[in-house]
Design a binder for this molecule. Structure first.
Ligand SMILES: Nc1ncnc2c1ncn2[C@@H]1O[C@H](COP(=O)(O)OP(=O)(O)OP(=O)(O)O)[C@@H](O)[C@H]1O
Ligand SMILES: [Mg+2]
Length: 340
């Protein structure tokens, strides 16, 4: 049977009814449409970024894709399985990493969590050994296997969680903020690992992040969600073009000089002593600009700052006019009955 999409999401909705006390014997039910009729498909082997501002509905989507939450409407399939109806069967085929939480046993040494997963997922012994060795080496966790999870640093724990999610060879990996709070070196290591996992093992990856560099370095396709609605699905370069986002080149000169003339490609937006900030379109490469400045100015140092993901999204929304204000029906206040 031909596979349309490995992940199929068709007009999926999730509505939360949040109860709130407003006085003695009085409560209000606030209806939040966390995911509001979203549709997309992801092919096997794709690596897709899923981004959006706080509260946009990203984690809610991921939770529905794992079966933790049941959609209020629409149709959802992962590997042909309806996640909320066959959560256990699906669990053998997916891996999940929630950057803000851990699936590891807090008080146990790392290796004990893996042993428990070995049994929970009934991973054949040889495969478990092989996967464990490979993953531990790739993520450099060898020296930490006997350390209780609560003693690990955030970056170490995150790498530990990634290993845990992959021991059973899942076909798809959902990552919800896997680089949150990590230092540059750990981020680079995690990204490198994910790239390899995707290209060499063909693992399908859905990556939620607030770090645009994660997306830039890993995903050719990005989906943007805002207020529960899909506002963009396409190439990252396209997102930059739609959003007109700019990157910033920070230049340290040997001495104070008048604003750099970098031609039409960039403009100086700030000067502070020998340091100057130049804005240029995020869809362009920095290389020609750097070459041009290096040829004409006494340079000490350079760095490129990525546009803030929220700024890019805000621009996209203002251009496309997509899901701007929370629509009137999105948060409905229903006067509730007295507490029962
Ligand atoms: N269990 C829940 N009960 C009630 N409301 C919820 C629940 N989970 C999420 N929400 C609400 O649904 C909306 C979407 O939340 P979600 O966690 O999916 O956002 P997010 O895109 O992951 O945001 P962030 O970038 O902050 O992680 C928010 O308004 C949130 O308050
Ligand atoms: Mg979230």
């Amino acid at each position: 049977m031909p596979e349309r999409g490995f992940i199929e999401v068709d007009r999926v909705e999730k509505v939360f009814d949040v109860r709130r006390r407003t006085g003695f014997l009085r409560r209000e039910v606030r209806r939040v449409r966390a995911v509001d009729s979203i549709s997309f498909t992801v092919a096997r082997g794709e690596m897709v970024g899923y981004i959006g501002p706080n509260g946009a509905g990203k984690s809610t989507t991921v939770k529905m894709l794992t079966g933790i939450l049941t959609p209020s409407g629409g149709r959802l399939r992962v590997a042909g399985i309806d996640p909320s109806r066959e959560r256990t069967r699906l669990a053998h085929r997916i891996g999940v990493v929630f950057g803000q939480r851990t699936t590891l046993w807090w008080d146990l040494p790392l290796i004990d969590s893996y042993r428990l997963m070995h049994r929970m997922y009934r991973i054949p012994d040889a495969r478990y050994r092989e996967n464990l060795d490979r993953l531990v080496e790739l993520l450099d966790l060898g020296a930490l296997l006997d350390v209780p999870v609560r003693q690990l640093s955030l970056g170490q724990r995150m790498r530990g969680d990634i290993v845990a999610a992959l021991l059973h060879d899942p076909e798809v990996l959902y990552l919800d903020e896997p680089t949150i709070g990590l230092d540059t070196v750990s981020k680079a290591r995690v990204r490198e690992f994910l790239r390899e996992l995707n290209t060499e093992r063909g693992t399908t990856v859905l990556l939620t992040t607030h770090d645009l560099q994660d997306i830039e370095q890993l995903c050719s396709r990005v989906m943007v969600i805002d207020h529960g609605r899909m506002v963009y699905d396409g190439a990252l370069t396209g997102l930059h073009e739609v959003g007109g986002a700019e990157r910033t080149l920070v230049v340290d000169l040997e001495r104070e000089l008048p604003p750099i003339d970098a031609g039409p490609a960039a403009r100086v937006v700030k000067v502070d002593g020998p340091r100057q900030w130049l804005a240029f379109p995020a869809s362009e490469s920095a290389a020609p600009l750097v070459a041009r400045i290096a040829a004409a100015y006494p340079l000490l140092d350079l760095s490129v700052r990525e546009p803030d993901i929220e700024a890019v999204i805000a621009r996209v929304l203002s251009v496309t006019g997509g899901a701007p204000e929370p629509p009137a029906e999105r948060e409905t206040v229903v006067p509730g009955a007295p507490s029962s």
